[in-house]
Design a protein around this ligand. Sequence first.
Ligand SMILES: [Fe+2]
Length: 625
Amino acid sequence: MERSCHHLKTLLSILLFLCFASSICVQAHVSGFDEQPLAKINIEKTTLDLCDSASIVARPRVGELLGLQGEEGTEWVTVDIVNPKPSSDDWVGVFSPAQFNVSTCPVDDPKDQPPYMCTAPIKYKYADHFDANYTKKGKTSLQFLLVNQRADFSFVLFAGGLSNPRMVAASKPLSFTHPKAPLFPRLALGKSWDEMTVTWTSGYNIDEAVPIVAWGMRGGPRKISPAGTLTFTRNSMCGSPARTVGWRDPGFIHTSFLKNLWPNSVYQYRLGHALLNGTYVWSKFYSFKSAPYPGQDSLQRVVIFGDMGKAERDGSNEYSDYQPGSLNTTDQLIKGLDKIDIVFHIGDITYSNGYLSQWDQFTAQVEPIASQVPYMIASGNHERDWPNTGSFYTGKDSGGECGVPAETMFYVPAENRAKFWYATNYGMFHFCIADSEHDWREGTEQYKFIEKCLASADRQKQPWLIFAAHRVLGYSSNSWYAQEGSFEEPMGRESLQKLWQKYKVDIAFYGHVHNYERTCPIYQNQCVRWEKKNYKGALGGTIHVVAGGAGAHLSQFSDMIPKWSIYRDYDHGFVKLTAFNHSSLLFEYMKSSDGKVYDQFTISRDYRDILACTHDSCDATTSAS
Ligand SMILES: [Fe+2]
């Protein structure tokens, strides 16, 4: 027997959304970001179709709290749905904060009615995705993994698919025990080798509590270090959806600088907030190993990749498959973490694309990695690009974020975090990280930095000189670069090639192109060595590597394989460098699916091989004795 379902004429007080407007959406849906799954939801077009015999109930029930320990950043929740008129278009959106007030919906023209809803959910799931019987029975249960994002949650059942959502039922709110808890620490190297920075997110502003880190060597005295606090507002966003349906309060982002570290030593730490009433709120304990002294001879292992993004372990946003390899990469890194010393994620970090809630989701996903080893990032188009905001490219790939979340959520040892280029050392490695979203060509501020950074490597002590940028400033036989005929980002290597050659950069890494490719050692666009596995003596050129396949949908290669391209893989993966000493480096490319090595080479050489004259890198000499 089919039960009837009538529309409610008035809103019940328990409803989450205060709706006094017509059902016609007054603002056009933001388009152009279809890659981001949340952008498929036409939330501002939501109408009410409330049904008194439909229900949506989340367990734990109201009154029960998530994360009883107060230290847990994530928790599974079961959501039971009953709908007398089920359809395959039905979906559940997770909203946080649960209580939403339409008075905050921006309306361009005061004469216009505000929409019912103007904030995107933090995730969604189709009601029948894991239960085909839903459309027959009208009931099902869905599992959601919630991340503690400093506010309560509600679950809303919609009919009408993502493009014409009709709200059928809403749950009561659900909260974590400590919504403001300090969570998701991410480590990064500081400006000097003996400094580690730790950045985390909390709900405590500085007028409520003092952010601190308690830390020290295991068994040694405990130190307390203060932290600085940053945040940003809707007004710091440059456009929509970041300023509109994608906006979500990012909380408070704290960074502490742990200084005067002993080299290669294990430290324990935990994050805390000293409340004004004299009590403390603490995170759980974490640990990290400090960096080696620059030039120090010890085993040093570096992982590099780009474009990982995030994915939902509970299968949410399932029809998008936006970053299908992301969880595999994350899990392989976690599995091999005891053999990794530092990670570089060279741009396209979350692909939040203006949906700010996704930054918390990403920091939760990488927490097991970033809380233990420095997680160094570079800026990509999905972090930075927005028209008329100073980015080199005028596209809309950041979804209006224009770099602000990336520059705040993660610390990098840049002079100016809005200009995302920096130098950093890790023992025998010297890294020059460029920002491909700002002009890098000769005569620019960034070009001067890159030259200074490359020139500052003392190769006797730091033989392994690495350049990295998000876009392919070097070489890639990806199809779209091949179609342009350049096999590079337009103007990519025009200025930089002479620097790579002059300063004898060993390996240059890029992301942006979602696959793996390795070149021969290149000098003036030519292979200077045909050896593929064991390079002995002077390298004679720079090996260019695309390692952008860490998570996002894969990029096609061109049919034509250039001579310099010696290994290509259309799959998800990442790269690991192992420096055994000053003379021996191992390069490995692993697939994210199984963690096995599919491409590798070694470099074996002495200091005199680096000093040896190579074409235009020859230093001046005199015949005088
Ligand atoms: Fe990119």
